[in-house]
Structure formats: C-alpha cells, structure tokens
Design a protein around this ligand. Structure first.
Ligand SMILES: [Ca+2]
Length: 346
C-alpha cells in the first residue's frame, strides 16, 4: 500500500531515535538537517550521497573496532554494524521520502523569503500568541491575555482568562490568537490530545472579557485565525500536517472541507490569514516560516524566524511599516520573548 509522506516521516523519525540510541546520532542529525530543515529535493539527494559515503567509511571503521564500545558477545553483531544496518534501512526510507517529497518540495521552491527588519523584546512573558489591534497588539500566554501598545507597554493584563467551567473541562492553554473587528478568537487547548476535542473561545478585544467558546473536533489546537472577508476560521488537526481545517464561523463553526497543502509542515505554532494566504510559524529545527496560498494550498518556505534553539510561537501578518509578518519567539535561554518584524520578498 502506498504510504503517505507524513507516515514515512514518522517512520524515519522513529528510526532516527534508534540510531541515536546506538551512538550514531550525528548521522541521525544529518537526516534532520537535510529532510526536516527545509532543504530542496536536489539538496536532499546531494546530502543523501554524502551520508551514504559516510556509511561506507563507517563500515570500515566498525570493522576496525573503533566504535569505542565494549566488545560485543561473539554471537551478536557489533553494535556499530547494527547501527549501520538501521541507518541504511532508514536511508532507504529516506530515499522513498525524497522520491515522493521532491516534486512537492521543488514546487514549493520560490524566491519568497522573510527577512528580519527589526526586533523588540517583550517586557511581559507572554509567549504564545499575537494579533494586531489599532496602536498595538493582543498577546496570549497559557491562561493570560494582554493588550500592549506599539512599544510593548502593557495596557491591560487579564490573568485567569479561561473561565473556571472551561478550566474544569481541562482547557488550560491559550495558543496563537486572532482579532477580527471587536473580537479576539482564542484557541483553548486541553492536553489529552487523543480525546479529539478542543475549544475555541471569543473575547472582547477591548476589555478581554470572555464572550463564549465552542468545542471542535480536532486533536490539537495551537492556533486559530479568521479571515475577516469570509469569516472562515483556519486551524490544524495536529501540530504537524498537510491540511488546514476550515470552519464557517457564521454558521456556528460548521466544518468545511480542509485546505490541502502542497506539503507537510511540522510543529505549527501560529498562523494568520492575510493577503490571500495563511502565514504559518513553527517551532521546528529552524523555527520555519511558511506561506500557504488560500486558493491552491501551495506552501512557500520563507526561511527562519531565528533564535535557533528557542521556540517559535505565534504570528501576525498585518502589513505595517515595520514589516509584512511579525513573530513571537522564545529566546534559546528560555527568556525573553522576542517580537520580530519581517519583510517578505517574492
Ligand atoms: Ca496570530
């Protein structure tokens, strides 16, 4: 049976973990860098050749018993050889991923690039979500909403923003938010992802007062964004995926057909719909930024939000003098949180 690309990625990732357990972690990292780091199909195939050369070299090394491990029992293969076999198997899988992924990745190749134009340090530790309002921003953290001005000075902080009845149901986390008109749309997440139910709430954008919430059939809920032109809301079923869920807000959040994306994007933490696209921020190895065409689902890789080793979080795509997109990123040291402004070309 033909397997989907996400399944293959999952399989390769699992094998990578076993490679790391066998002491072949540096090669496992090569996979991450090449496959999950946004390389093009051509680059992946080039790096694949390099990794295969290293396997051949390492085979010689393992025969020379230079793995710096205790000798294996006579009936057991050397651990190095086991790791090599696993790596070779994983590479075969990787080749499968490449052959499937390459056309998609190639089609995703554009000259579109996000370039940091300026960066601000948040005074508050509001690290999850961001949405533009006149003169400033609404920010979210686990159970807090806040309004800040353009200099990021706090204007209103609403702690315990999730009402008790919803907290009792397990909803303890607010992800990346959006604002349309006078309403903040906020994804509430409960941590039992297998339950298959999450919630999205509305708050008054001026007072940050809770209005209401609706439960939705999705496993995770890192973001919501609402297109003001159509009042269609977008989210994702899981943190990684190759489709965006769509809901008709005016029809009581009736599910619509998902928007199929041209390739899988992992660890999505934020999104904003603007200018005919949904702009995604991730917390993958590069804190990657992506643009998904609303009509075609084509995914453009825009590059990195920076602060590698930190965590990419929410995004807003209001065109401002400071830039086209604006991202929250947690510093690699765990604090502070940065608001980066990016110009996008292409
Ligand atoms: Ca947002």
């Amino acid at each position: 049976m033909r397997r989907s690309r996400p399944d293959l990625f999952t399989e390769v990732k699992g094998r990578q973990e076993r490679l790391r357990a066998d002491g072949a972690g540096s090669w496992a990292d090569e996979f991450d860098e090449a496959v999950l780091g946004g390389a093009t199909g051509t680059e992946i195939r080039g790096r694949l050749g390099i990794v295969l050369d290293r396997i051949r070299e390492a085979d010689d090394v393992s025969r020379d018993d230079r793995w710096d491990r205790p000798p294996a029992a006579p009936h057991d293969p050397p651990r190095g050889a086991t790791a090599m076999r696993r790596l070779a198997t994983a590479l075969l899988l990787l080749a499968g991923v490449c052959s499937i992924a390459a056309p998609s990745l190639a089609s995703a190749q554009t000259t579109a690039t996000a370039t940091l134009t300026s960066e601000q340090k948040l005074r508050l530790y509001l690290n999850q979500g961001i949405a533009r309002v006149g003169g400033g921003w609404v920010l979210s953290a686990n159970n807090t909403l806040a309004r800040v001005d353009d200099k990021l000075r706090a204007k209103l902080v609403k702690q315990l923003a999730i009402p008790t009845p919803w907290r009792v149901k397990g909803y303890g986390h607010i992800g990346d938010i959006d604002v349309v008109g006078k309403v903040v749309y906020a994804p509430l997440e409960q941590s039992v992802y297998t339950r298959g139910t999450q919630a999205t709430a509305r708050y008054d954008a001026k007072t940050l007062r809770f209005i209401d919430a609706v439960e939705l059939a999705q496993h995770e809920n890192s973001f919501v964004t609402v297109d003001p032109a159509t009042m269609i809301a977008y989210s994702m079923d899981n943190f990684g995926g190759d489709a965006l869920l769509r809901y008709d807000v005016r029809a009581g959040w009736k599910p619509l057909a998902p928007l199929v994306m041209s390739h899988f994007v992992d660890k999505v933490q934020g999104a904003d719909v603007a200018a005919g696209a949904v702009w995604l921020s991730t917390t993958d190895a590069t804190n990657g930024l992506y643009r998904v065409d609303l009509k075609t689902g084509r995914v453009d890789d825009l590059g990195s939000a920076g602060h590698l080793g930190g965590e990419g979080e929410g995004i807003d795509a209001t065109k401002l003098p400071s830039g086209r997109i604006h991202t929250l990123t947690i510093d690699a040291n765990g604090a502070p949180v940065w608001l980066g402004h990016f110009a996008v070309t292409g």
